[in-house]
Design a protein around this ligand. Sequence first.
Ligand code: YNC
Ligand code: MG
Length: 419
Amino acid sequence: PHKFWGTQPVPQPGDEQPAEDGPIEPSKPREEVRQEPYQLPKDFEWSILDLTEEKQIKEVYDLLSLNYIEDDHAAFRFKYSAEFLKWALMPPGYHKEWHVGVRVASNKKLVAFISGVPMNVRIRANTVGAVEINYLCVHKKLRHKRLAPVLIKEVTRQCHLKGIFQALYTAGVVLPTPVSVCRYQHRCLNVQKLVDTKFWFVPRSMTIARMIRLHKLPSKPHLNGLREMEDRDVEAVADLYERYMKRFGIAPDMTVDDIRHHFLSGRGKGAGEPGGELEHKWKGGREGQVVWAFVVENPETHKITDFFSFYSLPSTVINNPKHDLLNAAYLYYYATDVAFQDHAEETGLLKRRVQDLVGDALVVADQAKFDVFNALTLMDTVPVLKELKFGDGDGFLNFYLYNWRTAPLAGMNPTDGVP
Ligand code: YNC
Ligand code: MG
């Protein structure tokens, strides 16, 4: 029984499949929304964070780097950089009121956090103005005191005050009720380090030398016309993104400004500068770079036919004598206009193209000295992962919608059930 989740507008265990998509409870006019913050245990106080202040970003960074998500064996913990948090928490149209902190009243130490960022999401035939909730974190010393529900209720109130009544979030834990679930997939790049840190293991029938050989990647990408995305590509990428994402039952809607923010902001020095041998600029990695985006420009027509992107999210290696950081790249959005050709799926054309795109993302990430490349079983990625030598992770990611009913969305084949 879920003492908190049982009270919330989310599908409950045993609910019937919805006849129609829509809200679970109606929206309220602003004056009917609770005006005063929820009560915190004594000795604690609410604090809206101003993330344009370096000092406050650093406080969130410090809280998360010591207290955020760990794997089941407490061997790794996500280490979002301050640059990453800025990029993720301040997209176009963000509200600082949705960056909700809890401090110890006496010394003002930040001990809990939850955040929301605005997004328009299309869920099957409906486009909904919503909030994406992330970075819910309670200091390790304050766990199991029912602080999480208070944080969730307070951020919900702040969203209601801005006229937003639907939310999207993901979690490793199973709560009422996932709308989809995906599995993490990992492609080893630095085999030796992954084995040393026990992130990956050498199978019984294998030697480490063979494993290193097996995972060796070419030193140059393979797609003709591949180059780093630049500001002049934003409109073309936005258009391609919009058309490609129609393939799936759920997808964020992105304006041109969103595209610019998500693919071009927070990049390291030298990124996207025209001219010269582009690869010299990303070889060896870029200090502080969060997101990496590449386009394929047709050499004859100069049309942008494809793009791919990934982001950098390291993990702290907990208690390892040799290594303290695992440099992980995560596949982010990609699209290809091959999908719009007749019979692209039946003929295997689409699969081949996605495999080329993700394959080149691996090459770039390897050259930039990432240790591992991660992906989820979603979009058109699933059929290409085995061939690109990804392996199943232990982790699953559950996708949730707040106050919106819809039938389950497949992680494996997202086009299932699309009207
Ligand atoms: C979780 N991850 O089930 P019941 S993901 C949501 N998401 O409630 P307490 C969670 N709920 O079952 P603790 C949750 N984890 O009794 C637990 N819960 O109904 C529920 N970890 O609260 C749980 N970050 O305070 C139970 O638990 C209740 O002290 C128990 O705190 C939990 O960001 C947590 O994994 C996760 O920092 C804060 O363990 C803590 O254990 C922690 O006694 C490490 O809480 C970091 C971590 C979670 C990452 C994420 C998405 C969060 C989504 C929240 C829901 C948003 C709803 C939509 C709101 C906007 C609506 C509009 C408009
Ligand atoms: Mg608690």
